[in-house]
Design a protein around this ligand. Structure first.
Ligand code: BV8
Length: 231
C-alpha cells in the first residue's frame, strides 16, 4: 500500500506557527505573495531577509505537536512506500521523525524549501543555517555569491516535483492535511492521486475550497483529527 501525505500550515498551527491565511496573507503590511518572491528580494533584500529571520528565530520557541508525532508513529510502522510532502518551511516534521525514526520506505520532502537552510545565489550550494541572514551575506562557497533563504518563492519551481509526481501516480491513498489548497502545484496533487485511482482524504479544521475534489473529509483540529484518522 503506497501512501502520500501532503501537509500545509494547518498542521503546525497548534504548535504556534502562524498560518498564511490567518494572518490574512499580510506581513508588516506587505502581501506575502509580494515578499515571498525573487522580485521582492531584489527590490528590498533587507525586508525579505528580516521576514525569514523572524520566522527562523521563532522555530526555537515551537515544538512538534500530536499531529506531527502521529505521522512519525505511522512512518515508523508503515509497510510500503510513504512519501510525506510538506509545503511548510518549518522543521517540525523533521524533529518528530528524529524522535521516532521511520521505516525504510519513508521519505520527507520540503517542496517549498526550509527556513533552516540558506542557498548561495551564485553556485546554488545549500547550507544548514540556524542564525539570521544579513542582506548581502557573503557566501562561504562563492566569492561573488550572496546567501538567500533556501525557500521556494512564488514564481519559482517547487523542489523534487518529479519525485512527488511519480509517488502520486503510484499511490493508493492520498491524505491532505491542514492546507487551504490556495497554492499550486500542491493544490493540484489531489487530482493526480485521483487519476491514479487512489482514495483521497482531506483532513482540515474545516472544509476547504477544494473539499469536493476528495472522496472523504475529516474535520477538526489536526492534533485530534490526524491521530484519530491514522490510529
Ligand atoms: C510555480 C514558501 C511555476 C514561502 C510558499 C499568478 C501570478 C504568479 C503566480 C501564480 C499566479 N497564479 C498561480 C500562480 C502560481 C503560484 C500560486 O499558486 N499562487 C497562488 C497565490 C494563486 N504558485 C507558485 O508560484 C509556485 N511555483 O507555480 O512555479 C514555474 C514553473 C516552471 C518553472 C518555474 C516556475 C510556488 C509556490 C510556492 C510559494 N512558496 N512557501 C514562505 O513560506 O514564506 S507557499 C506558502 O503559502 C506556504 O508554503 C504554503 O504552501 C502556502 C500557504 O498554504 P497553506 O499551507 O495551505 O496555508 P494556509 O494558511 O493557506 O491554510 C492553512 C489551512 O490550515 C487552512 O485550510 C485552515 O483551515 C487550516 N488550519 C488552520 N488551523 C488548523 C488547520 N487545520 C487543522 N488544524 C488546525 N489547528
Amino acid at each position: 500500500m503506497n501512501l502520500v501525505v501532503l501537509t500545509g500550515a494547518g498542521i503546525s498551527a497548534e504548535s504556534g506557527v502562524p498560518t498564511f491565511r490567518a494572518s490574512d496573507g499580510l506581513w508588516e503590511g506587505h502581501r506575502i505573495e509580494a515578499v515571498a518572491t525573487p522580485e521582492g528580494f531584489a527590490a528590498d533584500p533587507a525586508l525579505v531577509q528580516d521576514f525569514y529571520n523572524q520566522r527562523r528565530r521563532h522555530l526555537a520557541k515551537v515544538a512538534p505537536n500530536a499531529a506531527h508525532r502521529a505521522l512519525a508513529d505511522l512512518a515508523a510502522r508503515w509497510r510500503g512506500d510513504f512519501l510525506l510532502v510538506t509545503q511548510n518551511v518549518d522543521d517540525l516534521h523533521d524533529r518528530a521523525h528524529v524522535e521516532t525514526p521511520p521505516a525504510p520506505g519513508f521519505e520527507l520532502i520540503h517542496m517549498h524549501g526550509e527556513l533552516l537552510k540558506a542557498r548561495c545565489t551564485a553556485s546554488g550550494a545549500v547550507y544548514y543555517w540556524t542564525g539570521d541572514l544579513e542582506t548581502a551575506h557573503a557566501s562561504p562557497h562563492h566569492p561573488q555569491g550572496v546567501l538567500r533563504p533556501h525557500i521556494v518563492w512564488f514564481g519559482e519551481m517547487p523542489l523534487a516535483m518529479e519525485r512527488i509526481e511519480a509517488a502520486l501516480e503510484a499511490c493508493d491513498l492520498f491524505v491532505s492535511i491542514g492546507t487551504s489548497g490556495a497554492v499550486y502545484p500542491a493544490a493540484g496533487f489531489v487530482q493526480l492521486a485521483r487519476m491514479a485511482g487512489a482514495r483521497t482524504v482531506e483532513i482540515n479544521l474545516e472544509p476547504t475550497q477544494g473539499a469536493r475534489l476528495f472522496d472523504e473529509g475529516v474535520y477538526g483540529p489536526a492534533t485530534e483529527a490526524v491521530p484519530a484518522f491514522f490510529d
